[in-house]
Design a protein around this ligand. Structure first.
Ligand code: MF3
Ligand code: CO
Ligand code: CO
Length: 254
């Protein structure tokens, strides 16, 4: 396993890429309304990333992925492919944006509600959000990746929701998915020790029902096996000398 340490110059490029990815999510929120298709959301983001940001949407053609963003609706856990599906009131959709700028990646996702969510969908999204932050708050030099996983898992399971095991966060930089794997479950003190200059994502997928997932025949779409709702949030984070810096904060968080 090779975990890359980013130089101060590379860290600056990661800051730029991270901000651009967050800007796309800030931009697309207003379009998430009943009747819009996930394919239309993809087109709007693609146009914004390539034209306004002069950046590259990392998912497009990544290992054969056919679109520029991921849209994961309701019981879709992750990697939903944008298409003809019209969003309707009550849907909960995760939009996951990864941009490449000046050779570096920024990766972030949020939950959006179409109209008014059910009590359960709202609660699930809140727990996924809080779980992500509990994980991020563990990040500092000398801490272990297992501390992150344990913080997320113990919080989420106390709320009687489950943590998906098959997909995880990751190192990120010039490469979209690099070492290490950032598990969203685990044991304190286990896993690699964190060092200043590492850049990682924290992106827990949380299910209302059982943790098991199934991959659809399209080779990408991951759904909950029991068809229960799933929620996810993601930030790209830099390990600093004293702790962490979140590189993908939105307009309202900075
Ligand atoms: N953005 C996803 C992640 O958080 C990866 C999407 S890969 C794709 O790691 F090919 F589906 F786009
Ligand atoms: Co990611
Ligand atoms: Co992502």
């Amino acid at each position: 396993m090779t975990v890359t340490i980013k130089t101060p110059q590379e860290q600056d490029k990661m800051r730029v890429a991270g901000r651009l990815a967050a800007d796309v999510l800030d931009m697309i929120g207003d379009y998430v309304k009943p009747g819009i298709t996930t394919g239309e959301l993809d087109s709007i983001c693609h146009e914004f990333i390539t034209t306004v940001q002069d950046a590259t949407p990392a998912p497009l053609n990544y290992r054969g992925f056919p679109k520029s963003i991921c849209t994961s609706v309701n019981h879709v856990v992750c990697h939903g492919i944008p298409g003809e599906k019209k969003l309707k009131s009550g849907d909960a959709v995760n939009i996951d944006i990864t941009v490449i700028k000046d050779g570096y990646h920024g990766d972030t996702s949020r939950m959006f509600f179409v109209g008014k969510p059910s009590v359960q969908a709202q609660r699930l999204a809140e727990v996924a959000f809080e779980g992500m932050w509990r994980g991020i708050e563990e990040l500092a030099p000398g801490k272990h990746l297992g501390d992150v996983g344990e913080a997320i898992q113990s919080f989420v399971e106390k709320q009687r929701f489950s943590v998906v095991r098959e997909y995880c966060g990751h190192g990120i930089g010039r490469v979209f998915h690099e070492d290490p794997q950032v598990l969203h479950y685990g044991t304190r003190g286990s896993g690699i020790e964190l060092r200043e200059g590492m850049t990682l994502t924290v992106e827990p997928m949380i299910n209302a029902g059982k943790r098991q997932v199934r991959l659809l025949n399209d080779g990408w779409t991951v759904v909950t096996k029991d068809h229960s709702l799933s929620a996810q949030w993601e930030h790209t984070v830099l390990i600093t000398d004293t702790g962490y810096e979140v590189l993908t904060l939105g307009n309202s968080d900075r």
